[in-house]
Design a binder for this molecule. Sequence first.
Ligand code: APR
Length: 231
Amino acid sequence: MEKIVILTGAGISAESGLGTFRDAGGLWTRHSIEDVATPEGFARDPALVQAFYNARRTKAARARPNPAHLALARLQAGWPGEVVIVTQNVDDLHERAGARDVLHMHGQMAGALCGACGHRWRAPDTMREGEPCPACRAPLARPDVVWFGEMPYCMDEILAHLAGAGLFAAIGTSGQVWPAAGFVTEATAAGAHTVELNLEPSDMAAEFAEIRTGPASRTVPAWVGELLSRC
Ligand code: APR
């Protein structure tokens, strides 16, 4: 059975109560990307950036996986071929739903990174300005998330998965941020069938062979049920 590669975005966690970025009332309508999601913003005001991620980390810890996260974990467990979940999300709802080996291309809020020596460790619930690195003691600890202008993680691995995909699905992502927005083109070039599951057509909708519209908590379980009925 074909390899399935799935890309998720903030929309899959929306029904778990976590904000998206570009919807009405989204995070980027209330915070400046330059101030809280760039290395320059962190250098300028680390306290503001730590507070932004502390609030999101707390909210994510209180959130629960929704039927869409659970359905993807069921697909991974029940599909005879490989199912690779690539997420742009920095929450851990896929893992808490039972998904395995999730590729977090934009990092994870649960992780901390030293801006001086590159050491990584599990982030405390609240990170302070000037938080010392446990390895080199430099006061440059930051959330281990990928900011604008930085290289996403796992790109070589993701592109290799896309090159071998028979089916590619993008769930709850606006298709406005690269390189994730271009994954559908890579999958199409590999001969994969492509499907977008979103509340409304994304900026990349025209690139998909199939569009399923509606809330992820409804469309993803239905889509997974159809796939597993083929096994
Ligand atoms: N079900 C399905 N899709 C939904 C739902 C829902 N309940 N609610 C919202 N959506 C869709 C919206 O229609 C939109 O297409 O989720 C998408 C959210 O888009 P964005 O807010 O742009 O989030 P995302 O695509 O994940 O952003 C990508 O941008 O700011 C950076 O690093 C950040 O990882 C993020 C990246």
